[in-house]
Every structure is written in structure tokens, then in C-alpha cells.
Design a protein around this ligand. Sequence first.
Ligand code: PLP
Length: 380
Amino acid sequence: MNAPIYLDNNATTRVLPEVFDAMRPFLNEEYGNPSSAYRLGSNASRALEKARAQVAALVGAEPEEIVFTGSGTEANNTALHSALCAFPDRRHIVVSAVEHSAILKHAEFLARRGYEITRIGVDRDGQVDPGSIAEALRPDTLFATVMWANNETGVLSPIADIAAVCAERGVLFHTDSVQAVGKESIDFRAIPGVRYAALSGHKLHAPKGVGALFVRRGAPFTSYLYGGGQEDGRRAGTENLASIVALGRAAELARTRAHEVHRLRDRLEGEILQRLPGCAVNGGGAPRLANTSNIFFPGLEAGPLLLLLDKAGLYASAGSACHTGSVHPSHVLRAMGFPAERAKASIRFSLGVLTTAEEIDRALEILFASIEKLQGLMAA
Ligand code: PLP
């Protein structure tokens, strides 16, 4: 029996062996608290600072500009919280319509508290136009936030242009770069308008439950959690040191990795489009992450198809699937102007550094066989 094929790397990734090796001592013999003054503690503190430098190097930041958090979600929430505290009199917020729930739910919470939210739409390919951000900004705008790469389609935002627009107008700009870090080359030094950016360990082969926030030097910052003085007083709570060390090592590996995933993704897409006329790549006309392919399968339903794929040993995903196999139409595809039927008939394949050419061959076989099976069931 073949091992299952994992094409859901935007959901999470496997911890790489090198990453696991790096973190293991900090769960065993090097179990010190980085805040302790004796040697076990200073070893831990050194490891923490090494990880900070490794993460900073991956994104073109200074180590002091990296604050470790418990997740990408927490990093996003902390950025918004900081902006909020910096300008208590401003009541207007700009977000893109295709953000992850880690941003959208916070914006909804703020809307219930009386803030005014402007949701910026995207074009048919899922891209945000910097011009529409410029139009939305007002003197009372508190912050704007647009994700670097979309988790469902992989579509990349013109972050440098959007950041420049915000900087020109004196508006704090945050980007959720959870899906981009480790996949795209990022240099925050070259984009001074980015004041905050979130990243997450488990999207780049570190464990779940660790993330980081880039806070540009000089950007307002207010802690989201209160307690101890960890992270230079910026994030209370004893550090998840083993996972932070893992994130540092994963960042180092991502810096030096040669990407082959683009070729495999293009082959997967090419074969599907050739074999199944009528299929289309959602966001296919925009610059995209090299690993992501979101495909519309006309006449099919993503829920039952995903169940068949799962049974046959292929893991992929749809916008947001329930356990029963029913699929809610994705807010991302809906924002791109697609009807609910298209959104419910679309599947995301996200490859990773561990994906092999053989796996793509087998994934295609499984996909075509499952589609035939589903069509047979639907016709019966
Ligand atoms: N932002 C984006 C774009 C994501 O894809 C995710 C995870 O799916 C998150 C934020 C949340 O990250 P975490 O799972 O570390 O909380």
C-alpha cells in the first residue's frame, strides 16, 4: 500500500527531520527557562536569540524587530491591537476582502465596537489594487491590512505598492505574510511601508503553535498579553523554546532551499487542464505562490470529491470544509466574483518541499479515477 500523498501544505506542513533534531534537546536536557540566570537558563536564552536572528535573516529584518508569538493568528491580532492602541481617536480600518479569519474576525469584533471597516474587493484573479487602497484611506484611518499571499489561491498582493501608498498617507500598514514566509523571497528592509507582518511556524516545516510578528523599529507597539517581561516586555508568557528553536532552524533551511515545487505544480495543473476541458485555475492570471493551485472542476462538488480523494490516499482541501464533506463557498472565491457553485466546485492543491514527481503522477491518477467514480455516482 502506498503512503498517502499530502497536497495540503498551505494547511500545515510536516516538521522536517533537521528541524526536529534542532528542537529535540530543548525538550530534554536543555529544558531551561530563558529567563533563569544560571547556565541552563542562559543556554536557553542564547538559543532563543539565535532563533530570532535566523527568522530575522529570512525576512530581511533586524533581530530586535522579531517578537515570537504562540501562532500566526496571535501575531496578526497583536499587530492590529498595537495599531488600535496607538491611535485611540481613529475609528476607520481598511482590510482586504480575502483576508484569513485571523484578520477578518478581529475586524468584525472591532465593527461591533463601533469601528468603521472598509473591505477592499479584489479583481477576477484575486488581486488587490493599490489604487483602491489609496481611495479608501481617510484622515481617521487607523490601519490597513492586506495579506502577502492568499492561503486558498496563492495569489500574491502588490505589497510594496500598497505599503508605499499607506506610508505616504501616514497610515500604519500590516501584512499577514503567514503563507508567504518560507515560500517567497521577502526583504522588509526594502519595503519600509510595512510596519508589521505576521508569520507562522507550521507553514514552513516548524511545529504548530509558534509564530512571530515583525514589528518595524519605531512602529508603535502595545503588548497583547500581560504577565512576565518575556520578549523584552512585548509578549508575556514563558517562551515555547523548543518550537522557537525549530522555527529558527526552519527559517534557516528555507533561506537556502532551491525551489523545485513550481515545476511540479505546473505539471499538475497542466495535466488537469489538458485532460478535463472546462477546468480553470482560480487566480491563474495573477502572480501566485509557486506551490498552490486552486482548481475549478465544473459540474462536480468539492465535498464528495475530497472524500473520495481521501479514501484513495490523496489529501487536498476546499475553501472551508465541514466534517460531513459539505463545503461552504469560500469567501475568497466569492470575493473574486465567482458564483457559489464555482466556489463549491473548487479544490486547493498545495505542494511542499517534500512533494515528489512520483507523487504528482499518482495524485493525477487518483484524481482522474475519483472524478470518474463521482461522475458515475452522480449519474446513477
Ligand atoms: N493567516 C493565514 C494566511 C493563514 O493561512 C493562517 C493559517 O492557516 C493563519 C493566518 C493562522 O496561522 P496559525 O495557524 O499559526 O494561527
